[in-house]
Design a protein around this ligand. Structure first.
Ligand SMILES: Nc1ncnc2c1ncn2[C@@H]1O[C@H](COP(=O)(O)OP(=O)(O)O)[C@@H](O)[C@H]1O
Ligand SMILES: [Mg+2]
Length: 479
């Protein structure tokens, strides 16, 4: 069988070597010609040294009548199609892709020279890595981003079968993209690994159905064969829980220290404030209301009152007592909060609607604290929403067994991405008269109930706060 090779690169040279070294049983392949536009291509030079036919244009192959098979090794689909169109009927052609398959077979057959034991060990290791023990999602990817192998964890996660995945591009399967991942939230660690020949790691951020962030840690390790990177093993792990626990701990730490500080400061400030307020009122008593100083004193008194309000909030925040939990119907608490905020809403010409799940179980909560949390959130929503907007409060069973959810969404201004991480921080406010304590307090309350609160927002479209609460208190099972 006489072979003509299009593309005189390293692949071509490898192919020549393999054919020379290997003893074939049924066929007798022989490379007789090589084409490459680059006169310095290693395969072309090797062919020249052996005295084979070389050319810069593969069109020359079509004139020869001693060619049985044309192998396309440049990897270009256009060239392969061109060959298919121009070749004689009795000449066969194979593409790089098919050629690669032979490579794989060749690789396996050289492997068979290993002892049976070595082979079994290698297979066992591969199996463990790909299936049995590893819960992470694993992909084996070649240097052109094609998936060569994967494991059950991956198939389960994507709800696909092995056949649907093998041979596809990794970015098509995992991201429905037409090109490799890129950008801030989707850097491609594979590109890095292929370039540097070293392991690489990155974190991808995805959104789930409810718009919550899911964090993936993705690591890639190079697969090196005879000194060349031929692909990579990619291992992905969902680290959302770890990240959330970390965030929560940081938040708690911050709240605790700010709480201690503000309790001290608030106490110190409260006394002088009272003195300012009473003194201003005492002087006012000696004056006629039309005295110009009278109005100034009113300003002093009002401002002092405003400070006192902030201080009271601060103390509330710092005090954050253990909740006194009893079984309540959450829907009743929420309905009461909505009617309490009805006036403010009407004043701004926004409506507050609700859809409360009938199947909600009674839940152990501190009624006063949950009311405070709900009112904070609803008032914030009202303040953020322009006239004609809508605030919607709903309750539902969570996907997570034993948990319920309260969702407060508005059609307001939204929160820019760079700001959303800070809204639960104490004293973070964007309002002229804000205290920045509402969300910090709310966060603390929900946490004390063993729950979580998350915000997601689209700028100029609205914001959604999702509270997840356990129905029952967690019980520690003592051994
Ligand atoms: N529903 C919302 N829509 C837009 N921004 C919000 C919303 N809720 C809270 N925020 C932002 O979070 C900040 C902190 O809120 P909060 O802790 O209640 O303090 P305050 O209401 O006193 O500013 C607000 O100043 C605002 O920028
Ligand atoms: Mg507020």
């Amino acid at each position: 069988m006489n072979i003509a090779v299009v593309g005189g690169g390293k692949r071509c040279k490898d192919l020549m070597d393999v054919i020379q070294r290997h003893t074939f049983q049924n066929i007798h392949p022989r490379i007789i010609a090589v084409a490459d536009i680059d006169p310095t291509a290693p395969g072309l030079i090797a062919a020249m040294e052996k005295g084979l036919f070389i050319t810069s244009s593969y069109d020359d192959f079509f004139d020869r009548d001693d060619v049985d098979l044309i192998v396309e090794l440049t990897g270009s689909m256009d060239i392969y199609n061109d060959i298919l169109a121009k070749k004689r009927k009795d000449v066969r052609a194979i593409s790089t892709l098919t050629a690669e398959l032979f490579w794989e077979v060749a690789r396996v057959s050289t492997m068979q020279k290993k002892t049976k034991q070595e082979l079994q060990e290698a297979r066992a290791l591969y199996h463990v890595a790909l299936n049995d023990l590893i819960q992470e999602e694993v992909l084996v990817i070649d240097h052109r981003f094609r998936i060569i192998d994967t494991n059950d964890a991956f198939l389960e996660k994507f709800g696909l079968t092995r056949d649907q995945v093998i041979g596809q591009f990794c970015y098509t399967i995992t991201h429905h993209l037409e090109n490799p991942c890129s950008g801030k939230d989707h850097p491609c660690p594979l590109i890095q690994t292929l370039e540097t020949e070293k392991p690489s790691q990155t974190t991808h951020i995805h959104l789930d159905r409810d718009g919550r962030k899911i964090y993936y840690s993705i690591s890639t390790y190079p697969l090196i064969e005879q000194g060349d990177v031929v692909g990579a093993v990619e291992i992905s792990r969902d680290i959302t829980r770890d990240i959330n626990v970390q965030k929560m701990m940081m938040q708690q730490e911050k709240l605790a220290s700010v709480g201690r500080l503000s309790a001290g400061v608030a106490h110190e400030i409260n006394n002088p404030l009272t003195t300012i307020l009473t003194t201003a009122m005492l002087i006012q008593e000696d004056l006629e209301p039309d005295d110009p100083t009278y109005a100034d004193l009113s300003i002093i008194a009002n401002e002092a009152l405003r400070c006192r309000k902030i201080v009271t909030n601060l103390l509330n925040f710092a005090r954050q007592t253990q909740p006194d939990k009893k079984k309540h119907n959450l829907n009743d608490i929420i309905a009461a909060c909505i009617s309490l905020t009805q006036k403010q809403a009407a004043f701004k010409d926004v409506s507050v609607t609700h859809a409360l799940s009938e199947s909600l179980p009674r839940t152990r909560v501190d009624k006063g604290q949950i009311e405070q949390a709900m009112i904070n959130l609803i008032i914030n929503a009202i303040e953020a929403t322009p006239a004609g907007g809508d605030i919607h409060v709903s309750t539902r069973l969570s996907d997570r067994q034993g948990y319920i959810q309260i969702v407060i969404s508005d059609t307001g201004e939204g929160i820019p991405d760079e700001r959303i991480a800070r809204i639960f921080d104490p004293f973070f406010t964007t309002k002229e008269n804000g205290t920045g304590l509402g969300l910090a307090i709310t966060h603390g309350i929900i946490e004390q109930h063993g729950g979580t609160i998350e915000a997601s927002s689209i700028l100029r479209q609205g914001t959604t706060f999702t509270i997840t609460l356990p129905v029952e208190e967690m019980v520690d099972h003592a051994p």
